[in-house]
Unconditional design. Structure first.
Length: 269
């Protein structure tokens, strides 16, 4: 939801089609082929609503499904993937820790990113076990327990922390409190938002440049200006899970679904 909120912040007139897959979550334990099939199924379901671009706002999905979705949809529909913000974190100076799911932490994909963008920088991969599932459930006590465990598993002295799962940005302030004030947190929703605008031929210069997730300090739940055009749950029309109200970014996106004619590009994060 943080990536959807960042897109809305970057271009408030954009309408969003949010495609979730609750029937098959979590994806982390699934095989690459299974993840690829689920990503393709979600993209195909969203195509019924004629999106102008598809954003794969999940690191696991981008690792295993980005190429397949691009092969099927492009060049007619631009497809934007998600990459952990390792390059800017390493450029800011190490040591750097990367929190991710167990599957991503052990992946050749993450190792390749570290070799490409963090050569010469001391890096630590930390599996934040259960954190993505806890965030999805909206159970903040469980979220805090998972964050505390990941923080305890993180070596001391790090200067930067990369959030390697798109769920983690929803609780960035809790993570920041756990790792302490001397650690800069890097996430990629605003970079993804700017890249999406570029792929749509729009000007990304007004988009926020912060490395963190979409702001999580507001408690606004006003649904009168909801950016959400439609919600798909494993391909079925539905509503956003009520558990998202636990997070300001989710609360901003909750509300009545709009059934209006598209007046601006429609995206599928």
């Amino acid at each position: 939801m943080g990536y959807a909120a960042a897109l809305h912040e970057a271009a408030p007139g954009i309408r969003l089609v949010l495609s979730l897959d609750p029937d098959h979550m979590p994806w982390g334990p699934r095989s690459p082929q299974e993840v690829r099939e689920r990503v393709l199924a979600g993209a195909r379901a969203a195509l019924e609503l004629r999106p102008d671009a598809v954003v794969i706002a999940c690191n696991t999905a981008s690792v295993h499904g980005l190429d397949a979705v691009r092969d099927e949809l492009e060049p007619d529909v631009p497809v934007v993937g998600t990459v952990p913000a390792i390059r800017p974190a390493a450029a800011a100076g190490g040591p750097v820790a990367v929190w991710a799911t167990a599957a991503t932490t052990a992946s050749d994909y993450l190792q390749g990113l570290l070799e490409a963008f963090a050569t010469g920088t001391l890096t630590h991969r930390v599996a934040a076990l259960g954190l993505a599932e806890a965030v999805e459930s909206g159970d903040l006590d469980r979220v805090d327990a998972c964050i505390a465990a990941a923080a305890a598993a993180t070596p001391g002295g790090i200067r930067a922390l990369v959030l390697g799962c798109t769920h983690y940005g929803l609780v960035e302030s809790r993570i920041a409190a756990a790792v302490g004030p001397g650690v800069t947190i890097f996430d990629s929703p605003h970079a993804v938002a700017r890249q999406t605008l570029r792929r749509l031929g729009l000007d990304p210069s007004a988009a926020p440049v912060a490395s963190g997730s979409a702001p999580d300090s507001t408690d606004s739940t006003d649904s009168t200006d909801s950016p959400v055009e439609a919600v798909l749950l494993s391909g079925r029309p539905g509503r956003l899970p009520a558990a998202l109200a636990a997070y300001p970014a989710g609360a901003r996106l909750l509300g009545a679904q709009a059934s209006r004619t598209r007046r601006a590009p429609t995206l599928r994060p």
